[in-house]
Design a protein around this ligand. Structure first.
Ligand SMILES: [Zn+2]
Length: 339
């Protein structure tokens, strides 16, 4: 484990050359719930973070808030490598397992939250899908075109089934149909999707407590975690602005930073960047794979990130990362990654 962690660290470190800074992306903090598993890659162990912060600080990296990222880029203050830490979705483990590590290293961090997860208007549908596939041998999904039967008898088939279901739900049906199908599927499998969400995601009281940590910034992540590109403009705008309003209403501060849900090329483009700018955010982050360059001063609403999710602690990915080609591969050789 230590070996894998150390190898992952050196691989990550070697990947960080070539930029002036980085925005790290996390979701869950803790042991992966299921290493073979379908969402295990969205988890990062506290020990890995502890080692990473020590190592990067030892190499001269400065950990700063997203406000300071924006200030440094705008001011052209790029003579020192800097990094910001971000966590998406507002998992309870961010406070329980992440905050102590951030405090120990004085690392500022931003947690992007969806009010819909807290207010009961949305749920972690991809986790529900994973849980059903992990615990069932055959899954039948009632689609408009008939029943989709997924063979989930072995770990390999579960992965194929999960990928097929994700593909269907994120590209073959619209966002509302996706949620309706997942609600019905949860119900058919006896899963209370709202209770699951409430157990995993911080409520407003927990967020207020976390927000009192001077190192913590709360950012917005839309109301309902929809793929914005797949919504019409008015609805996308309402999702973005509504999340800022609701957070301001509940926490007393208007969020200055935003993360696009899913954050990839199929979820965020130029229109969404315009909407985030019009909503008044100082920065917005994607999940595009890239480092910060001085020219990002002109693209503060489309900042790429470096994922610290479990995949980079997993030996399977180390060789790929050591090759050093991941950034170039992900972006067609471009160093300035925007949307
Ligand atoms: Zn998210």
């Amino acid at each position: 484990m230590i070996g894998a962690r150390a190898t992952g660290l050196s691989a990550l470190s070697s990947r960080l050359f070539g930029g002036v800074g980085a925005v790290f992306m996390l979701h869950r903090i803790g042991a992966p719930q299921n290493r073979s598993g379908l969402n295990g890659f969205l988890s990062c162990e506290p020990g890995f973070l502890d080692d990473l912060f020590s190592k990067l600080k030892g190499e001269g990296w400065r950990f700063v808030s997203l406000d300071e990222v924006a200030d440094r880029l705008r001011a052209g203050h790029v003579d020192e490598r800097f990094a910001a830490v971000t966590l998406d979705d507002g998992y309870r483990d961010n406070a329980e397992q992440g905050a102590p590590v951030f405090r120990a290293h004085s690392v500022p961090y931003t947690v992007f939250v969806c009010p819909g997860f807290i207010d009961g208007d949305a749920f972690l549908w991809w986790e529900i899908a994973a849980r059903i596939i992990e615990t069932t041998e055959t899954v039948n999904v009632a689609t408009g075109g008939g029943t989709m039967t997924l063979d989930c008898a072995t770990p390999a088939r579960k992965q194929v089934a999960y990928d097929r279901l994700m593909d269907y739900l994120t590209s073959e049906v619209d966002e509302d149909t996706q949620r309706r199908l997942m609600s019905a599927l949860a119900q058919a499998h006896g899963i209370d999707a709202q209770a699951h969400c409430a157990a995993e995601i911080m409520d407003w009281d927990a967020l207020r407590t976390l927000d009192a940590d001077p190192l913590c910034t709360i950012g917005a992540h839309t109301i309902g975690h929809f793929s914005l590109k797949r919504l019409d403009r008015d609805r996308a705008r309402a999702e973005i602005e509504g999340s800022a309003h609701r957070i301001a209403e509940m926490l007393g501060t208007v969020p200055r930073h935003f993360a696009y849900p899913y954050g990839n090329a199929s979820a965020v483009g130029a229109r969404e960047v315009d909407l985030a700018r019009e909503a008044g955010f100082a920065t917005a982050v994607t999940t595009r794979h890239g480092l910060l360059q001085p020219a990002h001063a002109g693209h503060l609403l489309a900042l790429p990130r470096v994922s610290l999710n479990g995949e980079y602690q997993h030996p399977h990915y180390v060789d790929t990362m050591l090759s050093g080609f991941t950034m170039a591969l992900a972006n067609g050789g471009k160093r300035l990654v925007t949307v």
